[in-house]
Design a protein. Structure first.
Length: 99
């Protein structure tokens, strides 16, 4: 077992149990490497992802933090309003929203 390494999508030291990369992260290659977070304004619900292509763009006029694991982590930017995880609408004339 000491010669065993984690496959893509899993992380851990050689010879030990491997943990799946959590949603919002991915690991492309085999070995002891760490899971890489999806970039800001992207999210991924895939557990044990093996490619950055699982990181999807947030809806229009929203943004998310690094390593977001759900579309509901995408929140409206300043000047826009709407539910988390959905496309946001511009605030009505004479109103505002701080991001």
């Amino acid at each position: 077992i000491t010669n065993c390494s984690c496959i893509a999508g899993y992380t851990g030291p050689d010879g030990a149990e491997c943990d799946a990369c959590r949603a919002g992260t991915f690991k492309v290659g085999n070995g002891t490497g760490t899971c890489i977070s999806c970039a800001m304004d992207l999210y991924s619900t895939t557990v044990a992802a093996v490619t950055p292509d699982t990181c999807l763009g947030c809806p229009a006029h929203t943004r998310s933090d690094l390593g977001s694991g759900n579309i509901t982590n995408c929140s409206c930017i300043a000047g826009y309003t709407g539910p988390d995880g959905e496309e946001c609408d511009v605030c009505c004339a004479g109103t505002y929203k701080v991001g």
